[in-house]
Design a protein around this ligand. Structure first.
Ligand SMILES: *[C@@H]1O[C@H](CO)[C@@H](O)[C@H](O)[C@H]1NC(C)=O
Ligand SMILES: *[C@@H]1O[C@H](CO)[C@@H](O)[C@H](O)[C@H]1NC(C)=O
Ligand SMILES: *[C@@H]1O[C@H](CO)[C@@H](O)[C@H](O)[C@H]1NC(C)=O
Length: 379
C-alpha cells in the first residue's frame, strides 16, 4: 500500500513504530504515475533478468529497477534501463545472459510522466515500434537515449519542443524519414547521435543553430545533399561524423577553421572538389575522407601544428605528389594515400620511413620506399 503524506503525519502522532515502518512509503509516487509505469511495463517483455519483477506494489519510487524519483516531489524523474549494465545480482533468471534482450514497444503512456528529465532505454536490441510523438509533453527532458534497439518510424517533429534536451541518442535502430527541421530548435543539444539508421534527405540548412553541440554522429544513413556550411559556425563542435551516407558537393574551407574540431569523418560519400588547405593544415587529429571523389592536389601545408592520429585520403581521385611538408608534421600515426592518382617520389624521413606499401599502393606512378625504386620515367 502506498500511503499519502498526510497519513504519515498522522501516524507520526500516533506511534513512532508506525512511522518507522512507513518511512519507505513516504516516497510513494502519484498513482497516475504508477499507472503510466504499469502501462510501460505492459508493453515491454524482458525474459532474462526479470527487471519488471521489481516493478510491483504501488510505490514506484521504491526499489523499482531503473526508476528514480525526485526526492521532494516524488514524481518520476528518470527511467534508466540499459541492456549492457544490468548488475550481476539481477541475472537470476538467466545467469548465462551477458547482455539484455527486450522486446515490445515504448508505450505512449511515457508522455504522462511529465517530470522526466532522463530516459535511457538502450542496448536491448529487440524493442521495436515508434518513438511516441506525444513526447513533446516531456518539456524537462534532458537525456533521451533509445540507442541500439529496433525502433522504426520517424524522429517525431515534436522533438523540437524539447528545448532542455542536451543528449539525443537514437543510434543503431531502423529509424527512417528525414531529420526534422525542428531539430535545430534544440539549442541546448550537446551530443547528437543518429548513426546507423535509415534516414534520408538533407541535413537542415540551419544546422549551425545547434551552437552548443560538441559531438554529432550521423554516419551510416542514406542522407543526401550538401554538408551545410552553417555547421562550421558551431564553435565547440569537436567531433563531426557524416561517414557512409550519400552527401555530395564540396568539403567547405570553413570546416578547417573551426577552433575545436578534432575529428572530421566524411568517408564513403560522394564529395567532390579539392580538399581545402585549411582542413589539411588544421589541428585536427582524425581526418577521414576515404572513398569520395575528391580531386586536385594535396596541399603542401603540413607543419608543427599537424598532429594526425589518422589521416586517410585513400580511394579518391587526388593527383600531384605526396606533400614533402608531411615530414615536418608533429605526428602522423596512420596515413593512407592509396587508390588515388598520385605520382612521383615518396619523400623520406618521418613518417615515411615507417609506413608500409599499403599507405601508397594503387596510385598512378608513385615510387621510392616503401614502393619500388624510382626510374627515369617516374620522377
Ligand atoms: C495518459 O494521459 C492520457 C491523457 O491525459 C490519458 O488518457 C491516459 O489514460 C493516461 N495514461 C496512463 C497510463 O496514465
Ligand atoms: C547492442 O546491444 C546488444 C545487446 O545488449 C549488445 O550485445 C551490443 O554490444 C550492443 N551494440 C552496441 C553497438 O552497443
Ligand atoms: C579525376 O580528376 C581528373 C582531374 O584531375 C578529372 O579529369 C577526372 O574526370 C576525375 N575522375 C573522376 C572519376 O572523377
Amino acid at each position: 500500500m502506498c500511503i499519502s503524506a498526510s497519513l504519515v503525519t498522522l501516524s507520526l502522532v500516533t506511534s513512532l513504530v508506525a512511522l518507522i515502518t512507513q518511512l519507505q512509503l513516504v516516497q510513494c509516487c502519484p498513482s497516475s504515475e504508477w499507472a503510466s509505469l504499469m502501462a510501460i511495463k505492459a508493453s515491454l517483455y524482458e525474459p532474462n533478468f526479470g527487471i519488471f519483477h521489481t516493478w510491483r506494489g504501488t510505490n514506484c519510487c521504491y526499489k523499482w529497477y531503473g526508476i528514480a524519483c525526485d526526492p521532494t516531489t516524488r514524481r518520476v524523474a528518470q527511467i534508466n534501463l540499459n541492456g549492457l549494465t544490468v548488475p550481476d545480482n539481477r541475472r537470476r533468471l538467466n545467469r548465462h545472459a551477458t547482455t539484455g534482450y527486450m522486446t515490445g514497444h515504448i508505450s505512449p503512456s511515457i508522455c504522462n510522466l511529465t517530470q522526466l528529465s532522463s530516459i535511457t532505454i538502450s542496448d536491448w536490441k529487440g524493442i521495436s515500434g515508434i518513438i511516441p510523438s506525444c513526447i513533446q509533453t516531456l518539456s524537462l527532458l534532458q537525456i533521451l537515449d533509445l540507442s541500439n534497439n529496433s525502433i522504426t518510424g520517424q524522429v517525431p517533429k515534436s522533438i523540437g519542443s524539447l528545448t532542455q534536451l542536451t543528449m539525443l541518442n537514437l543510434a543503431d535502430n531502423r529509424i527512417s524519414g528525414t531529420i526534422p527541421t525542428t531539430l535545430t530548435n534544440l539549442r541546448n543539444l550537446v551530443h547528437l547521435d543518429l548513426r546507423n539508421n535509415l534516414m534520408r534527405g538533407h541535413i537542415p540548412t540551419d544546422f549551425g543553430r545547434l551552437n552548443n553541440m560538441n559531438r554529432a554522429f550521423l554516419s551510416h544513413n542514406l542522407l543526401t545533399g550538401p554538408i551545410p556550411e552553417t555547421i562550421s559556425r558551431i564553435y565547440g563542435l569537436a567531433v563531426l561524423d557524416l561517414s557512409m551516407n550519400r552527401f555530395s558537393g564540396k568539403v567547405h574551407e570553413s570546416l578547417g577553421r573551426m577552433p575545436v574540431l578534432d575529428s572530421l569523418k566524411l568517408k564513403y560519400n560522394r564529395l567532390t572538389g579539392e580538399i581545402p588547405s585549411t582542413v589539411l593544415g588544421s589541428r585536427m587529429t582524425h581526418l577521414d575522407l576515404r572513398g569520395n571523389m575528391l580531386s586536385g592536389e594535396i596541399a603542401d601545408v603540413f607543419g608543427e601544428r599537424s598532429y594526425f592520429i589518422n589521416l586517410d585520403l585513400s580511394f579518391n581521385n587526388l593527383s600531384g605528389s605526396v606533400p614533402k611538408s608531411l615530414s615536418s608534421a608533429n605526428y602522423i600515426g596512420h596515413l593512407d594515400l592509396s587508390h588515388n592518382r598520385l605520382c612521383g617520389r615518396i619523400p623520406s624521413g618521418e613518417p615515411f620511413d615507417r609506413l608500409r606499401t599499403t599507405s601508397f599502393e594503387h596510385n598512378k606512378c608513385l615510387c621510392g620506399m616503401p614502393l619500388k625504386p624510382c626510374t627515369q620515367e617516374t620522377v
